[in-house]
Design a protein around this ligand. Structure first.
Ligand SMILES: NC(=O)c1ccc[n+]([C@@H]2O[C@H](COP(=O)([O-])OP(=O)(O)OC[C@H]3O[C@@H](n4cnc5c(N)ncnc54)[C@H](OP(=O)(O)O)[C@@H]3O)[C@@H](O)[C@H]2O)c1
Length: 245
């Protein structure tokens, strides 16, 4: 088996995903840079290579069956197996002032699109990559979610959890719940799967109105992507530790 480990990061052309790719690359991983737009993909791969990362481009729209199947074929040709999958690609859907998504007036097409990307997209990519992950000695899967998806925190009036977001927050709660099902299914295997919250990060996603840098936002996902054997699985982490579901 090749010594060099291979990671695939979805939505890696910018923001937190780009920094996860850069961070894993700096640790010596060969990195598949997943992105849906060819030009943005090319630019990111060039930038990562200039920084010394062994990066290769993986055209990948998580909402497309064919795109995801072709991405798995490409990773197999390039690397033969996959050691790390980071499901980072995500969308909030349109929001009103203050990032509010009002449940009482929610456009159901927005809800469908958000779930399609943030939940179904993750399942689609994970299942397509699983045969390659199973060839790794220590497969790791990281799903990038958000602390706003914590039902425990949302139910606690003493916790400042941010605006009402009727499509985005439940989509990430759904993603968290799905991650737990995968962890249960992987019991007795060497696959570790966890959820990472990056914190509030200055990216396109937040209109760059947030306190944390994308590098800071990438740190928890990188830590979970590089867990040692026997590490935690089926848990939800931020920098400070475990987030309650
Ligand atoms: N920023 C925050 O404060 C924050 C907080 C908590 C959680 N998160 C989560 O962190 C992750 C990354 O967010 P970010 O802040 O880095 O946002 P971002 O800068 O908007 O980046 C999102 C990435 O996802 C990609 N993407 C969206 N839909 C896709 C699709 N259908 N197929 C493939 N790629 C797709 C985007 O590609 P394009 O460039 O083509 O649009 C982009 O590369 C998301 O899952 C988000 O929910 C972010």
């Amino acid at each position: 088996m090749s010594e060099t480990k291979t990671a695939l990061v979805t939505g890696a052309n910018k923001g937190i995903g780009y920094e996860i790719a850069a961070g894993l690359g700096a640790l010596g991983y060969r990195v598949g840079v997943g992105a849906r737009d060819e030009a943005r993909l090319g630019t990111a791969v060039e930038k990562l290579r200039s920084a010394g990362v062994d990066a290769f481009g993986v055209p990948l729209d998580v909402t497309g069956d064919r795109s995801v199947t072709e991405a798995a074929d490409l990773v197999e040709r390039r690397a033969g197996r996959l050691d790390v999958l980071v499901n980072n690609a995500g969308i909030s859907g349109p929001t009103g002032p203050g990032w509010v998504q009002d449940p009482t007036t929610l456009d159901l097409d927005v809800l469908r699109a958000v779930v399609e990307t943030n939940v179904i997209g993750v399942i689609r990519v994970t299942n397509a990559m699983l045969p390659l992950l199973r060839r790794s000695a220590s497969p790791r899967i990281v799903n990038v979610s958000s602390s706003v998806a914590s039902l425990t925190r949302q139910a606690d009036p003493d916790v400042e959890i941010g605006p009402v977001m009727a499509a985005y927050a439940p989509s990430k709660s759904f993603l968290n719940a799905v991650t737990v099902q995968y962890a249960r299914r992987f019991t007795g295997t060497n696959i570790l799967i966890n959820v990472a919250c990056p914190g509030l990060v200055a990216t396109d996603f937040t209109g760059f109105q947030a306190p944390r840098t994308p590098e800071q936002g990438a740190a928890t996902a990188i830590r979970l992507a590089t867990l040692p054997d026997g590490g935690p699985t089926g848990s939800f982490f931020e920098d400070d530790g475990v987030i309650p579901w």
